[in-house]
Design a protein around this ligand. Structure first.
Ligand code: NAD
Length: 453
């Protein structure tokens, strides 16, 4: 099938590469010339396990192309996927300017029937706005070409995106019941048939329900995280181990084990903005989403918890004190630092007068870029970008872990103890067991693990 993907970011690039891997002829469009040049020169703009090989294989096979040529991209695909960003607007609503620009571009150049598939995360009703934006262009050109708008939200996780795309636990497709809508549904069924060979994984619905499903999923996941973080803070006060509690409740199949980990707060490009956008949608209908408002407030506070623990241990003024930070990406297996808790922690420590040495297995370049935006030159001078985890430790008052990279799970504790000024570990992801750390001679601070013995 001939497919066009508009937007070659996390979602677009993974979608394009994986659909090419299944034998489709894929044209990836982006407005970012540097990104397209990098891809055409064999580079990959993001860190995503397995992606480089899939892109290389399919480029070599001639099934995957990258370009900034809008007219050619519209001409190419019978199915046009919109996978551009939907960042938060100033009021928290999803900024649809890129989605609508993509829709107008399709209307500007199309000559025959197109199925326009919205893969970006967009508020309920965006399908109608895409249809109108596209229709206006067709009318302006006096062209009578048929099209229909389908919603196909993406559920992949950064860090496991290729695997998630190739083995989805569900495919959500929203379409209307006009003849064009039914024609589009048949096309989508064919396109996704390879994923449904053993189990039917596709959920068919109307466009608005599909748009809503994506927000509901992310809002639910964010809710579980904030729920556990709030309980973890209480656990710290009452002398309870939240990890024991997590296992105790997760074994109930009605609850399940996923997304019950207390930590330093959620970040990334999706949960914060999607929770906000759903709240914003509700406000437009004069409804308050009380639970989601609390989810957001709890998360904002949670990002401060690690820093507060440090300040209460070492004092409000940290001048002359140095700290080691492991993990900068908002979660493991990605270099994405959007809304990352590490950025909040670094700000807190620098504000209190400390210096820091930071390390992340893949996000060092991204860290240099975003911290240069977050911090003044004088503040940035108090951040050292280390070359390894152990390289952060020399002379540090404590080690602080912010991201649960696998590489941090079994470190050489003897070496850590020898390099640190004090044997103190703040574990923002509860990677270690408090009693084991005590046996190893560490003063250990987890999240919700202050058991009274
Ligand atoms: P991204 O910022 O990584 O990529 C978006 C790309 O679109 C950029 O490369 C940008 O240059 C390009 N672009 C913008 N306007 C364009 C236009 N008119 N024509 C062509 N290209 C254009 O974004 P992302 O993380 O891939 O997210 C895309 C959408 O998918 C968002 O709505 C997001 O909420 C949703 N989503 C993201 C994830 C994730 O894990 N990142 C998961 C599921 C859904």
């Amino acid at each position: 099938m001939k497919i066009t993907i508009i937007g070659t970011g996390y979602v677009g690039l993974v979608t394009g590469a994986c659909l090419a891997e299944l034998g489709n002829d894929v044209f990836c469009l982006d407005v970012d010339q540097r990104k397209i040049d990098l891809l055409n020169n064999g580079g990959i703009p993001i860190h995503e396990p397995g992606l480089e090989e899939v892109v290389a294989r399919n480029r070599a096979a001639g099934r995957l192309r990258f370009s900034t040529d809008v007219a050619a991209s519209v001409e190419h695909g019978e199915v046009q996927f919109i996978a551009v960003g939907t960042p938060p607007d100033e009021d928290g609503s999803a900024d649809l300017q890129y989605v609508l620009a993509a829709a107008r571009n399709i209307g500007r150049y199309m000559t025959g029937f197109k199925v326009v598939v919205d893969k970006s995360t967009v508020p309920v009703g965006t399908g109608d706005r895409v249809r109108i934006a596209l229709q206006e262009q067709l009318q302006a050109r006096g062209v009578d070409a048929g099209f229909t708008v389908v919603s196909n939200p993406e559920f992949l996780k950064e860090g496991a995106a290729v695997e998630d795309f190739m083995r989805p636990d569900r495919i959500v497709i929203g379409h209307d019941s006009t003849p064009e809508g039914l024609q589009a549904a048949a096309l989508m069924k064919r396109l996704y048939a390879p994923f449904n060979r053993n189990h039917e994984r596709t959920f068919w619905m109307d466009v608005r329900s599909a748009e809503f499903t994506k927000y509901a999923a992310n809002a639910m996941l964010a809710t579980r995280i904030s729920f556990m973080n709030e309980l973890a803070n209480l656990a710290d006060n009452v002398g309870v181990d939240i990890e024991a509690v997590r296992r105790g409740i997760g074994s109930d199949p009605r609850i399940g084990h996923s997304f019950l980990y207390a930590g330093a707060g959620y970040g990334g490009s999706c949960f914060p903005k999607d929770v906000q956008a759903l709240e914003r949608t509700a406000r437009q209908y004069e409804q308050d989403l009380h639970i989601l408002r609390a989810v957001e407030t709890v998360n904002d506070k949670q990002k401060l918890v690690l820093g507060r623990k440090l300040l209460s241990r070492f004092g409000a003024y940290l001048g002359g004190k140095h700290f080691a930070i492991w993990g900068l990406a908002f979660k493991p297996n990605t270099d994405d630092m959007r809304e990352a808790p590490a950025r909040v922690l670094i700000r807190q420590l620098l504000d209190a007068g400390a210096t820091v040495a930071v390390y992340d297995p893949v996000a060092m370049d991204e860290a240099r870029r975003v911290l240069a935006l977050d911090l003044s030159a004088a503040e940035l001078a108090r951040v050292r970008f280390a070359s390894s985890p152990m390289d952060t430790l020399d002379g540090a008052e404590a080690l602080v872990i912010v991201t649960e990279w696998k590489a941090f799970r079994s470190p050489d504790f003897g070496q850590i103890k020898a390099a640190l000024k004090h044997a103190v570990v703040f574990d923002g992801r509860n990677l270690f067991e408090p009693d084991v750390m005590a046996e190893l001679g560490f003063e250990y601070h987890g999240i919700g693990r202050s058991v009274l013995t």
